[in-house]
Ligand binder design. Structure first.
Ligand SMILES: NC(=O)c1ccc[n+]([C@@H]2O[C@H](COP(=O)([O-])OP(=O)(O)OC[C@H]3O[C@@H](n4cnc5c(N)ncnc54)[C@H](O)[C@@H]3O)[C@@H](O)[C@H]2O)c1
Length: 176
């Protein structure tokens, strides 16, 4: 069944959006007319960044703005929202997609990126999402409900993220 969604005049932030699933999300939102703020850890002149930005622009004739931040750092989570608001003045859709698989037993990194970054970005973004009656989409993983031993570093933090979502006053809905 064909359908269309009109997101023109809306601003979307996608973390970890320069490749993989996040890039697909950016392209879909751009196709629907949303302006896109992409946050990722890669430098602006990295070929992957350039390719990602190019792909999003091809998907929709919309403004695409790249914000380089390391979301493992609390301050940088706040900064991404500040930079976004300075550029666009509003936020309607926040897709918390950045994540690391963390097979290397680095639990601090796994928790910083896969759980804490979502909370810190949300903490700063919520006032703008309330203003716009916006939405938050949080990427999780099926290994939260079906244990996969090799992915313990992502399953355990993301299980915590599920509870964080459930206890959020913003009443975020799980979409992935
Ligand atoms: N691919 C899968 O099969 C799968 C399965 C379950 C869940 N997921 C989840 O979906 C999301 C996207 O997965 P993917 O496969 O596209 O991953 P990916 O590795 O292709 O993309 C993740 C992106 O996050 C960015 N990123 C990593 N650390 C960051 C940091 N500290 N600050 C800012 N950006 C950072 C990376 O640079 C990358 O662009 C992740 O949250 C992942 O946990 C993926």
């Amino acid at each position: 069944m064909a359908y269309t969604i009109d997101l023109s005049n809306q601003v979307a932030l996608v973390t970890g959006g320069i490749q993989g699933i996040g890039l697909g999300v950016c392209k879909t939102l751009a196709c629907a007319g949303a302006s896109i703020a992409v946050c990722d850890i890669l430098s602006e002149d990295d070929p992957k960044t350039q390719k990602g930005i190019g792909d999003i622009k091809k998907a929709g004739d919309v403004k695409v703005f790249y914000i380089k931040k390391d979301l493992a750092a609390q301050e940088q989570c706040y900064e991404v929202i500040d930079v976004l608001i300075e550029e666009f003045g509003r936020l309607d859709i926040f897709v918390a997609n950045a994540g690391i698989t963390g097979k290397d037993n680095n639990w601090d990194a796994a928790y910083n990126v896969n759980v804490k970054s979502v909370y810190y970005c949300y903490e700063k973004a919520k006032q703008y999402l309330v203003q716009s009656q916006g939405r938050i989409v949080i990427m999780s993983t099926a290994s939260v409900i079906r244990a996969v031993r090799v992915y313990r570093n992502i399953s355990a933090p993301r299980a915590g993220l599920t509870r964080l979502r459930d206890t959020s006053p913003a009443n975020a809905r799980r979409l992935a």
